[in-house]
Each structure stands twice: as C-alpha cells, then as structure tokens.
Design a binder for this molecule. Structure first.
Ligand SMILES: NC(=O)c1ccc[n+]([C@@H]2O[C@H](COP(=O)([O-])OP(=O)(O)OC[C@H]3O[C@@H](n4cnc5c(N)ncnc54)[C@H](OP(=O)(O)O)[C@@H]3O)[C@@H](O)[C@H]2O)c1
Length: 313
C-alpha cells in the first residue's frame, strides 16, 4: 500500500532524474582540475538543463563548499527555475540545533539563494540524536530557509525515527537519499525502498552509475583512477556479463548506452537517480535515459544478471 506524498513534497515525486554535483570542485576523489575544468562543468550544467533536468543535488562538504558556489552561480546566471537540494553534515563538533541553522545559512550564502527546495541530513552520525536534527529541520522550514526536508544514508529504523519526529511538527519527511544501482540493491532487499513508497517518501538514488562503473568504460585492464580504482578493482572482472547484457538491451532499444540503461532501470524501480556529470558529453548521455522505459522483461533480466554478478556462487 502506498501513501500519496504530502502536498508540499509532491514536486519531488514529479522529478524523474536530477544531476549530482559531488565532482564539481572535488579534487580528492574526482580529480577536479585534472581532466575536467570549470568550463566543462558549465557545459555539463547547460546541456543537462537544456535537456530538461530541473533538480540539482549538492552538499556543503562537496569540494569544501565549491560545489555549492558553482551550482549557485550557474543557476543564477542561467536565470532558470531549477530546484536545489543541499545537505548538512553532522560533524561530531556540531552539537546543537543552532549549528544546523548556521550551516544552512552558510550554504544559502554560497548558493546565493534565500531558500533551498530540499535540505537533507547527510549521514545519521552520532552523537546528536536524530530527533534533535529533526527539530532543527522543522525550525529551518519555519524560518523559510528550506521548502522541504530529507535525510540521507538512513536505514529503515533511523528513517522511521526521523519520520515520526517530523510528524510531531506536522512536517512530512520528503526524501531519503541512499546508494542504489544495479550493483547495489541492498535497499530493495532490506525493504527500505518499499517502505519509502509506502510512506510517500521519495527515494533519491545516489551513485546510480556506481561511480562510473555502469557506463562500461572501465575494465579490469582500464580501472577508474585513484581511490575509485582501489575500491572497485576486485569487482570489475565479475561485472562484465552484466555490462554485456546492458549493451545488448541498449542495442535492442535502438542504441541506448549502458549508462542510460543503468539510469532507466533506477527510474523503473520508482527511485529518483541523480547521476554525476563532469562534462557536456556525460550530461547529454545521461539525459538520454529520459523519455522511454525498459520493459518489465528487460528489468527482470537485468535484476537476474545483477544478482548473479554481485553474489557469485
Ligand atoms: N548522500 C550521499 O552520501 C551521497 C554519496 C555519493 C553521491 N551522492 C550524490 O549522488 C551524485 C551521483 O553519485 P556519484 O557522483 O557518486 O556517482 P555516479 O553518478 O554513479 O557516477 C558519476 C561519475 O561517473 C562518470 N560518468 C557519469 N556519466 C557518464 C557517462 N555518461 N559516460 C561516462 N562516464 C560517466 C563520471 O566520472 P568519471 O568520468 O571520472 O568516470 C561521473 O563523475 C553525486 O554527485 C552526489 O550529488 C550523495
């Protein structure tokens, strides 16, 4: 049984896909400045918005504030109405509700905006109880600093605590942003995705391309650079049968790329993917995941192959 989303969060359920901006300004994992520049990022933004993407996800910690600055500048200069989501990091030294309000005001300064559309708690880190952060989010809504509020990386128990704490303020939990891709289907199997649908909470899927792996461009001989290479070295050989199936299905659909298959699969599952893009080519290709749907049989075949390659016997 699904609950219809609360009126103030309905806009999120109408969005099919967004744009992730972790890589905009991040040198540590994504090598910003080497291989892609501010001009590439501007082009990615322009292509994505031309192709109808109207929702951008950022965070105060991405590029230590640089991502928010870039997103804000690009949106302001474009003059377009783009929905914006950012996040609060509950660092262990942030102990009071006021610290969230302060952090949100700093995010708004970097974005050059008076209000965001979605403000999310980035991780359910201790020591501050979930209820305290929900009280702070309620204050942020009351102060007009954000239109809706959400969480990220919350498991079902944590999400239910957040949901109930917000309900005491008569505020709906708009979203839970978690990792979800053809290579990581934990949330399907542990019931989080179903619970979100039941409650009318939008599930926002991060790393829907598994940080580039599901584009098919990385192989055991050509792993992703840096930290990503180390993280994924062990699985690149295992996932090749899945990538071959994605390529075949893409060909049957008239030339869709593996990235487009990966993103469309997330949409078919009822989640909102926010793929990252570093340049115009990536943004254009990812936007090509919109406007069509995999068949039920194709989704089932992908599910089966995903199980096979992620749980090798
Ligand atoms: N809430 C959280 O804790 C959390 C955590 C992670 C991410 N996120 C959000 O989710 C967004 C997306 O996740 P993600 O950036 O980790 O991973 P992703 O979307 O799975 O992968 C993005 C990366 O894949 C490559 N790529 C993207 N499109 C491509 C294409 N069409 N062809 C070839 N390569 C392509 C690019 O990197 P290369 O070119 O270098 O391969 C790009 O940076 C983030 O930007 C962020 O907004 C949130």
């Amino acid at each position: 049984m699904s609950t219809p989303p609360a009126e103030e969060t309905r806009f999120l359920h109408a969005i099919e896909m967004g744009l992730g901006t972790w890589a905009w300004g991040d040198r540590i994992l994504w090598n910003y400045g080497r291989g892609y520049s501010d001009e590439d990022i501007r082009a990615a933004f322009e292509v994505a918005t031309q192709e109808g993407i109207r929702f951008i996800d950022t965070a105060e910690v991405y590029g230590q504030g640089k991502s928010e600055r870039m997103v804000g500048k690009l949106i302001r200069e474009s003059g377009q109405a783009i929905l914006i989501a950012t996040k609060f990091m509950p660092f262990p030294w942030r102990l009071s509700r006021k610290s969230l309000l302060r952090a949100l005001r700093h995010s708004l300064e970097r974005l050059g905006m008076e209000r965001v559309d979605l403000y999310q708690i980035h991780w359910p880190f201790p020591p501050v109880p979930i209820e305290t952060w929900m009280d702070a989010l309620a204050e942020a809504v009351a102060a007009g600093l954000t239109r809706t509020v959400g969480v990220s990386n919350y498991n079902q128990t944590q999400m239910m605590r957040a949901y109930s704490a917000l309900a005491r303020h008569d505020i709906p939990l708009a979203s839970n942003q978690v990792k979800y891709s053809l290579l990581d289907r934990k949330i399907e199997k542990n019931g989080l995705l179903a619970r979100c649908k039941e409650l009318g909470v939008r599930l926002i899927a991060y790393s829907p391309l598994e940080m580039g792996l599901l584009t098919g461009k990385y192989t055991p001989e050509n792993p992703p650079p840096g930290l990503r290479g180390r993280r994924y070295a062990g699985i690149l050989a295992n996932i090749q049968p899945l990538l071959r199936l994605m390529t075949e299905i893409g060909q049957d659909l008239g030339g869709k790329s593996p990235a487009q298959i990966a993103l469309n699969w997330v949409i078919c599952k009822g989640a909102l993917p926010i793929p990252g893009a570093k340049n115009a080519r990536q943004a254009a290709q990812n936007a090509g995941a919109l406007g069509w749907r995999l068949s039920e049989d194709q989704v089932a075949a992908l599910d089966e192959m995903s199980d096979r390659v992620t749980q090798p016997s």
